[in-house]
Design a protein around this ligand. Structure first.
Ligand code: TPP
Ligand code: SF4
Length: 476
């Protein structure tokens, strides 16, 4: 008997590297429509022969992790900005097939004007618009597409036309513009509807491949968790409540009337790019001490822990002091997209040279304030990098043997000073004493900028001094 092997489409990675232990499954809730649409898209890019030139743009929403699944080009962007980023990519790389994958909160609320303008300009991009009538990722708030009477966390008595206005029908709205070439609305409530969605996604991609202009499929999609229904009930609910408001069907198709248009790729020379961004190449800022070892120079630092441990302020203290000393510095916080169990971390650069990107994927220095952060980020540290961790509260030791490790009992030392929440400044003191790249004076001077409660500045100065002392004690 012939064997039928069910396997993931080749448009997906074989192994999803998002989380150890979850490497074959996605993070979506059971019955979520994002999974269906991902599969249809992954199959389509392979069948259309465009996998090596497809670039998926995923903004904020439950599909924020799409880049872990699609074996295509990927870029994760700010909330609502996918059409703008997709426009930029397509104009820079006209041969790419650019797909903007957006939820209804993302596309119709915060990104409402972006989609309107890019559709109006007729950008050669394809938009997959997942309409689940709610903000799924943040726990079920009202979206512009929430139907009248629907209870959400922000419309607990149901959406009312006189209060929140009626839902926005996005494909109908866009169909009044000249730019779009292909607009269709489909649904995921049964196999027939899913097959139609499959065709529509392929039509939309083909429209872009043929150079015919803006294409978009709005897909009515279940969010069982946000709607507090089981997957079967969610399908029924969609039919009864979404179909009358958002009738599926082809809303605009002028592909046959369009002349193909393929913009030319324009290569900029290095000089043109420098002139465009006005990049100044400056002399490097000298270090305060000649004893700074080369391995500690120009660090890209990741500081990580739970929210409330002062991780972000520790980063800000370093960045402010670096700036005070004339270095190029950057600091950006990252809160993690998960609703539960997230970490707070921030990225800091302190450099003698211009900083290309403020993010840090493979840090030179990792400062771990709790065990999940140590376990999650230790593998990312560069070989030869420096790891500082709070050995009072982290009850495991680092595993890597190709890095330098400094165990700092930061919480314990802060406790001895009578204020355990000062562990962050103890850590800063330890880092500075270990590497010497920042002067104590610069930190003391800029401390008030990063400490919100000014009555705690003096206390934190003590924490800083204790961290410095601790390392000097080890080295003497
Ligand atoms: C600038 C900004 N504002 C607000 C948020 C919070 N936020 C995260 S996801 C989201 C809504 C997502 O809903 P939707 O686009 O419908 O996608 P879904 O999660 O339902 O797939 C919001 C408001 C954010 N991350 N960034
Ligand atoms: S919250 Fe809703 S949209 Fe988000 S993964 Fe769960 S079912 Fe899907």
């Amino acid at each position: 008997m012939a064997k039928k092997i069910l396997r993931k489409p080749a448009g997906f990675y074989d192994v999803f590297e998002r989380k150890p232990g979850d490497q074959l499954t996605t993070h979506y809730c059971p019955g979520c429509g994002h999974g269906n649409v991902h599969k249809l898209l992954a199959e389509a890019v392979v069948d259309l022969g465009i996998q090596d030139r497809t670039i998926l743009v995923s903004p904020v929403g439950c599909s924020v992790f799409a880049f872990y699944y699609f074996k295509t080009g990927n870029i994760q962007v700010a909330h609502g900005r996918a059409p703008a980023v997709a426009t930029g990519i397509k104009r820079a790389l006209p041969h790419a097939v650019v797909v903007s994958y957006q939820g209804d909160g993302d596309l119709a609320a915060i990104g409402g004007n972006h989609i309107l303008q890019s559709a109006n300009r007729g950008e050669q991009i394809t938009v997959l618009f997942i309409n689940n009538a709610i903000y799924g990722m943040t726990g079920g708030q009202m979206a512009p597409t929430t139907v009248l009477g629907m209870r959400t966390t922000t419309t607990p008595y149901g959406r009312k036309v006189n209060n929140e206005g009626p839902p926005i029908r996005v494909v109908e709205l866009l169909s009044s513009l000249d730019g779009p070439a292909y607009l269709e609305r489909t649904a995921l409530w049964d196999n027939k509807a899913i097959r139609r969605t499959r065709t529509a996604i392929r039509n939309a991609l083909q429209c872009q491949i043929d150079g015919l202009g803006f294409s978009m499929v709005e897909i009515l999609s279940p969010c069982p968790s946000g709607w507090k229904l089981n997957p079967d009930e969610a399908h029924e609910w969609m039919r009864e409540n979404m179909a009358p408001v958002f009738p599926p069907g082809l809303k605009k198709d002028v592909r046959a009337e369009r002349e193909p248009f393929f913009p030319e790729k324009r290569e900029l020379t290095a000089e043109e790019i420098r002139a465009a961004v006005d990049l100044q190449i400056e002399e490097p800022t000298p270090y305060p001490s000649e004893l700074v070892k080369p391995e500690y120079a120009d660090p890209a630092i990741k500081l990580a822990g739970f929210g409330g441990q002062g991780v972000l302020s520790a980063g800000a203290i370093l960045a402010n002091a670096g700036m005070e000393q004339g270095f190029q510095t950057s600091w950006i916080p990252s809160y993690g997209p998960e609703m539960r169990g997230g970490t707070a971390h921030c990225f800091v650069h302190i450099s003698r040279h211009a900083i290309g990107s403020p993010t840090v994927s493979n840090p030179d220095v990792l400062v771990a304030f709790n065990r999940p952060s140590l376990e999650k980020f230790e593998p990312e540290l560069k070989p030869g990098g420096l790891l500082l961790y709070d050995s009072t509260i982290i009850d495991v030791t680092p595993k890597r043997t190709d890095i330098e490790v400094l165990a700092v009992p930061a919480t314990g030392l802060a406790d001895e000073l009578g204020f355990s929440r000062m562990a962050n400044t103890v850590m800063v003191g330890a880092y500075v004493a270990k590497t010497g790249i920042l002067s104590r004076e610069a930190i003391e001077q800029t401390l008030p900028l990063a400490i919100k409660r000014q009555n705690l500045v003096e206390t934190n100065r003590k924490g800083l001094a204790r961290g410095i002392e601790f390392v000097e004690g080890l080295e003497s």
